[in-house]
Ligand binder design. Sequence first.
Ligand code: HEM
Length: 402
Amino acid sequence: MDRLSRRNVLAVGGALGALGALGVATPGWTWAPSGSVAGAGAGADPRWVWDEEADPLVASLIDRGDVPRVNELLRTWTKNGQALPSGLPADLRDFMERARQLPAWTDQRKLALAVEFNNKRGLYLGVLYGLASGMMSTVIPKEARAVYYSQGGADMKDRISKTAKLGYDIGARNAYQPDGEMIVTCVKTRLVHAAVRHLLPQSPYWSAVADEEIPISQRDMMVTWHSLPTTVMQKLTAWKVPIPAAESEAFLHSWQVGAHMLGIRDEYIPASWVEANSQAAQVLTPVLAPTAEGIKLADILLNLGSVIDGGLLTKPILGAFTRFMLGDQIAGWLKIDREPIWDTLLKTAWGPFIAVREGLLPFPLAPAAYWTFDEFLRKAALLFLSEAKPIRIEIPVANRPS
Ligand code: HEM
């Protein structure tokens, strides 16, 4: 589609967006706001909603040339309870003071229980965030392209560790407490996303392939959100990991608060797993597809392990795990080779391994494969979570140069 006709399509999209703003749901979005944490809302398609507070502010910071100074100042702002550094532009400071407030519906009791869940399930979560959510992000076309053509796309190792920081921070003991870092990570990420909305439309490479004028809509944010907690919980359930209902709800809650802190409107954040699954079926599953950019990103991801551990965490094992978690179709899209030994081992031994690990099966002499799995989980969890700790999230001022 040439540039002109794409603009026409976008103009129609804008009109649909205006209808959405009036409360008329656009085609493809029928998820009811009654199922959200807000419990009510206009029902407007989040495809046409971005971040009306952060976007103009960050665009102006970029245009005013303030970003390098702001990034420098924000390096010292790392803990949730810490005062903002002095010297920030007044408009940014005002926004950040508002944006760092937890929503009124935050339930501290649930957040405390989520910490327990994260402790108990840290190993599974590490590998799931990395290989289920992380690899899935490469078959979410809009996300793959946005990531590939933004500044961070040029250095995927750095970019992945920054994204993994969020997975680490949300699972940390003090995630949302004054000595934790999740609020800081979310507010900074909200600023980064606003910068990307301003910058990517200026990239000739992104513009040539994107079928939209502004990236990272609230709908896209929810798609990515579902690739995280919703997918993780679906896998844990499929693997029959026993999770008490209260802990499962608490894990959901920690991600609901995370969504709010990332700037997603409460009317789009599912109130329960039932609602989350139904929204995911509507917005995530149908959009999964391969792109040239996603295939390249997946290849970089699969090669990450060999840098850290040339022995166990090699490309074939990560590939086999990806196939096992996301299925043959997605593995095929990503051009992941079949690994007869590992593919078979995962198919036959993963279920019993989980059962033994969870104490559901009495297995005094568990086969060696189980300990290999356990070791793999540890290494992968470390790779995707713990390694990410000292990373700084900073506002970009440019796109990927080529
Ligand atoms: C940056 C997380 C949704 C595209 C980031 C960063 C984090 C993050 C932690 C900061 C890392 C960095 O600076 O590189 C999330 C979460 C999301 C979400 C938790 C949803 C719940 C999305 C979506 C898109 C997207 C939907 C695109 C469609 C990007 C891009 C960057 C970024 C392009 C900046 C890369 C760069 O230039 O360095 N995101 N993100 N994100 N995100 Fe997201």
